[in-house]
Design a protein around this ligand. Structure first.
Ligand code: UT7
Length: 350
């Protein structure tokens, strides 16, 4: 159920003992962040024209004021490419220096091939290999963890890690339980192998498939392929038991934060910034309260963008970085939960 890929590789001081060459500590360091939100802004009052809801209800129950959705013809790879270009620019490298592209998403442009390959083509990242990871809202955390494993164990220089979603295309705009929550966006980071003490300190991943039907898309896959009937009965839309998910999410986010803290022998007070998945501000506040963690050290932008699933953490990370909320040496905790169910964390020394 749990994988931790981040045990330290210890190098005895100056050692080349008995002909054994010791590797220096390899760390995966974030050297660039980027994000991109589509231009189309959807306000709560716009939704109140579609379903029986109100600005008051949505804001008080979720913390969302507005969200972004793609315009016709705009696909996931377009959002991801724009976010990636920003991250590459900050990293000061070109796309053809990338060794790999890993995309956390549940809403790829096409079922086949992966969006990673489409993004590779659009970026011109000719040397890279590319693939997608489907882990619901935890998709970016899973992707970052896998990328960190590559960086530490293989000879990779730069890996582009993306979290992107176009949920507006799989939402039933007549279902007030989901259409008020989910939205579109993309974020990306560039990881670089480094031998400094800073970078990703730990990653922890979890899943519990017995809860798969709390958040899922019944149609369009191999168990219920797209056909006239699947369209007629709305099988291609997301189905969610929001209330049950809410309770599990609070517990999972608390536990995975404590797991990261214990693993790294730190206390909650050592954290400089917590960037949780932007699912619902009440979930974030409930976890902060259980952890006795001050909201001033929590980064939240859900009021502007809604719940962008796998994109929410990399978008928030990029905003926090560009706003100067993260300083060199800061301890930053990322954690998420989502469909699967999946949940996990990444702890970073910035
Ligand atoms: O991103 C990772 C996975 N997803 C999540 O983490 C989502 C977690 N869940 C949530 O964020 C919340 O459960 C929702 C925002 C989806 C719903 O909020 P809630 O406070 O859990 O509402 P509820 O489902 O318990 O419904 C409470 C009431 C019900 O009315 P009654 O039965 O009390 O009369 C609903 O019918 O609110 C009603 N309701 C609404 N009313 C106005 C539900 N949705 C709406 C709505 N507008 N959009």
């Amino acid at each position: 159920m749990c994988a931790n890929y981040s045990q330290l590789t210890v190098r005895p001081k100056g050692a080349d003992l008995k002909g054994i060459k010791y590797l220096a500590i390899n760390r995966a360091k974030i050297v660039g962040t980027g994000s991109y939100l589509p231009q189309n802004v959807l306000l709560n009052k716009d939704l109140a024209e579609l379903v029986d809801t109100s600005d008051d209800w949505i804001f008080s129950r979720t913390g969302i004021r507005e969200r972004r959705t793609v315009t016709d013809g705009e696909a996931l790879s377009d959002l991801a490419v724009n976010a990636s270009k920003n991250a590459l620019e900050m990293a000061g490298i070109s796309a053809d220096e990338l060794d790999a592209i890993i995309v956390g998403t549940c809403t790829p442009d096409l079922p086949i091939p992966s969006s990673g390959c489409l993004i590779q083509d659009k970026l011109g990242a000719k040397r890279a290999f590319a693939f997608d990871i489907a882990a619901g809202c935890t998709g970016f955390i899973y992707s970052l963890s896998v990328a960190e494993g590559f960086v530490k164990s293989n000879n990779f220089g730069y890996i582009l890690v993306i979290g992107a979603e176009v949920l507006s295309k799989v939402i039933n705009w007549e279902d007030r339980g989901t259409c008020i929550l989910f939205a579109d966006g993309a974020g990306a980071v560039v990881l670089k192998k480094d031998q400094e003490e800073i970078g990703i300190l730990s990653t922890h991943l979890h899943s519990n498939g017995s809860y798969w039907d709390l958040l899922y898309q019944p149609g369009g896959g191999s168990s219920k392929p797209a056909c006239r009937q699947s369209i007629d009965d709305g099988s291609h839309y997301l189905k969610m038991e929001g209330n049950r998910l809410f309770k599990i999410a609070v517990k999972a986010l608390e536990e995975v934060a404590l797991e990261a803290i214990r693993h790294n022998n730190i206390t909650i007070n050592d954290l400089d910034l917590w960037i949780p998945h932007q699912a619902n501000i009440r979930i974030i506040e409930a976890v902060a309260q259980r952890l006795a963690f001050p909201m001033e050290k929590v980064f939240a932008n859900i009021h502007k963008y809604g719940n962008t699933s796998a994109a929410s953490i990399p978008i928030a990370l990029d905003e926090a970085n560009r706003e100067g909320r993260i300083k060199k040496g800061d301890l930053v905790l990322l954690d998420a939960f989502g469909a699967g169910l999946t949940w996990g964390s990444v702890l970073i020394r910035w």
